[in-house]
Design a protein around this ligand. Structure first.
Ligand SMILES: [Zn+2]
Length: 261
């Protein structure tokens, strides 16, 4: 079975000691490609450099996470507009709104998100979207730009049924992480996972974050790794009552199609 991890923070310092090994172990586990998340300009540049060392295995996004919006300057925008033209960069983001902790002021988040939406209308690359406690404003902006952009994936979706249906109405893809492996906080997501059409579902670890809670034996480290992606796939297949081979094939096809791999 082949898998693609559509969201992995491989430039994170928690991989500094064994990054190459982590990538190889994932390959051995069937994770054929990984999309490295770029969360700000520096991280996006680091991600691109890393991708160049693993051609056809690693690809990246480039963008500005809402937490970093406050530090996103005009010069950053110009540089980002160059980066997204590269063939290793397969999506713009992660971008969006996060009013959960407001690490950047809301008005700046809105402005920086809209800059990236406008950028997406100019280059035909899809959006890698992040949203937390900002659904209404995020949906409003996405609705305005939806017919001018080629597509988007709502990464690490953990929202409600209504929110899921609204995103699907905009014909967006849905990214599911190991959040779903948690029988307590993931229960709402487990209840609605079957509502995602097979051709709109992609999966991701968000490593090193969000270690699946139900791994057995329990890993010694709480660091998540892309090697655990097939585990998340098995849990999703079980909850959707489909063979894991079918889930793997469909999500793999969705991801190669969406990111143009
Ligand atoms: Zn995110």
């Amino acid at each position: 079975m082949n898998w693609i991890d559509i969201g992995v923070n491989l430039t994170n310092k928690r991989f500094d000691n064994d990054r190459e090994e982590v990538i190889k172990n994932a390959l051995n586990a069937g994770v054929k490609q990984q999309i490295v998340t770029g969360t700000n300009l520096t991280e996006s540049e680091n991600a691109i450099q890393l991708c160049e060392q693993f051609p056809n295995v690693l690809f990246s996004t480039a963008g500005c996470h809402p937490h970093d919006a406050e530090r996103f300057t005009e010069a950053h925008y110009s540089k980002l507009a160059e980066l997204v033209k590269l063939s290793t960069v397969v999506a713009i983001g992660e971008c969006g709104l996060d009013f959960n902790r407001n690490f950047s002021p809301a008005n700046i988040q809105l402005d920086v998100f809209e800059q990236q939406l406008r950028l997406a209308t100019k280059v035909s690359k899809p959006l890698f979207l992040h949203e937390r406690d900002a659904f209404d404003q995020q949906l409003e902006l996405l609705s305005i730009y939806r017919n001018k952009i080629i597509g988007g994936v709502v990464h690490c979706f953990t929202g409600s049924k209504e929110q899921l249906l609204a995103y699907l109405d905009l014909d967006l893809y849905i990214g599911i992480t190991g959040w779903i492996c948690d029988e307590r906080r993931g229960q709402r997501l487990r209840d609605i996972i079957h509502l995602i059409p097979g051709n709109r579902l992609m999966i991701e670890t968000d490593a090193p974050y969000l270690l699946p809670r139900d791994l057995w034996p329990k890993p010694k480290s709480n660091r998540n790794i892309p090697e655990y992606l097939p585990h998340i796939g098995r849990v999703i297949a079980h909850l959707r009552n489909v063979p894991v081979e079918q889930l793997s094939e469909q999500s793999y096809l969705n991801s190669t199609h969406f990111f143009g791999l």
